[in-house]
Write a protein of this length. Structure first.
Length: 360
């Protein structure tokens, strides 16, 4: 009987495949309802945002929409693959790393709302001198998880906004070297099955989804909260033999599952794009670790403090979670370099506290 049904289904599929033109287009299920646009959200912030900050965030969102379109066309326009250059960190740059970086620079260079920019893909800060009163600094990872680009898996853009005194020399690194606690806005865009923008200005975390028809980011989740309980962790297990003892212990206990001290089984996910791993944690919980290991210890860790760890740490804290290096709260670190690297443990508060406690 089951076999019969399978044959009927197969015949039906073959028929429809051969008669594509006869099939009426599917109605679009769930066409966007009336939702708050990102532009309105910026204007309606519970604590009014300065105009220059609104402009910074609006232009960043518009640019992320354009980066999303450039990525979607990547294979069609020959934009996948290596650029043939290296960034200051000795990493091979993808064409889309460089293109995304240039798009953000170009979008903000003329506005007069920023004092300067810094990026994973540029050795030095990029000063903007069009407006003598400008005081905002934008730091970004233009394309996070760029090894995913060529396999059509999720990538993102991470950004952090700081404030400096008007007139400070933003060709220098010094105005940028502020702890994560000084951020005035932080967020990321994720380019996955949908393009989404996740942001905080210090009043919780809100998520917007790009409506491909109108080109607007529309509010889809307000007040994201990381569930306290989790059975999911994210770590690159191939580095296991390089980890320090506290991380060996913490992950070892997760792997023991029901039979160990945790008394429950854990599942593992690793997308190799921090944006996507953090997005999963903000959406359904879990813990993410890129801990110190003997491979990266001489550099201080793998992930970059100013445009990866700090903005993600603030988002996670705003969503009720925690973020540490295993030893200190990430947002309390006094930075010493624009491209400084740090170990990262973030996500569900109890898990981060447990892993951090093992380092004590
Ligand atoms: P980027 O593409 O901006 O250099 O960042 C990649 C980072 C991060 O997104 C991800 O979590 C991690 O590198 C993946 O590292 P492994 O390749 O060691 O798994
Ligand atoms: Mn990155
Ligand atoms: Mn990057």
């Amino acid at each position: 009987m089951a076999n019969c049904l399978a044959i009927v289904k197969r015949k039906a599929l073959l028929y429809f495949a051969a008669n594509q033109a006869l099939i009426p287009p599917l109605p679009i299920a769930g066409a966007p309802m009336s939702r708050l646009t990102f532009t309105r959200w910026l204007q309606q912030s519970p604590v009014p945002l300065p105009q220059d900050l609104i402009q910074t965030l609006q232009i960043t969102a518009d640019c992320c929409r354009n980066i999303s379109a450039a990525i979607a066309r990547g294979a069609l326009t020959g934009m996948l693959g290596q650029a043939g250059s290296e960034n200051i960190q000795g990493e091979d740059q993808k064409k889309l790393d460089v293109i995304s970086n240039d798009m953000l620079l170009a979008a903000h260079a003329q506005g007069g709302h920023l004092a300067g920019m810094a990026s994973e893909e540029m050795d030095d800060p990029f000063p903007v001198t069009t407006h003598e009163n400008s005081r905002y600094l934008l730091l970004f990872d233009p394309l996070d998880g760029s090894s995913n680009i060529d396999i059509n898996a999720p990538v993102g853009t991470i950004f952090s906004v700081l404030e400096t005194a008007p007139g400070s020399n933003t060709a220098e690194v010094t105005p940028f070297l502020q702890p994560g606690t000084a951020q005035v806005a932080a967020g990321y865009a994720i380019y996955g099955p949908a393009t989404q923008l996740i942001i905080t200005v210090g009043h919780g975390v809100d998520a917007f989804t790009l409506d491909p028809d109108s080109g607007e980011f529309l509010l889809t989740t307000s007040g994201m909260m990381i569930p306290e309980e989790t059975q999911e962790f994210a770590i690159n297990m191939s580095n296991q033999r390089h980890w320090e003892a506290p991380v060996q212990r913490y992950v070892g206990e997760l792997l023991e599952g029901k039979t160990g001290v945790r008394g429950k089984d854990f599942n593992m996910r690793w997308i190799a794009a921090m944006v996507a791993d953090v997005h999963r944690i903000l959406t359904r919980g879990g813990v993410f670790l890129y801990p110190l290991d003997s491979k990266t210890a001489s550099k201080g860790g793998k992930l970059r403090l100013m445009y990866e760890a700090n903005p993600m740490a603030w988002l996670v804290e705003q969503a009720g979670g925690a973020a540490t290096t295993g030893r200190v709260r990430i947002m309390d670190i006094a930075p010493t370099g624009l491209h400084q690297r740090v170990p990262v443990i973030l996500g569900a508060r109890a898990e981060v506290e447990r892993a951090t406690g093992y380092h004590a």
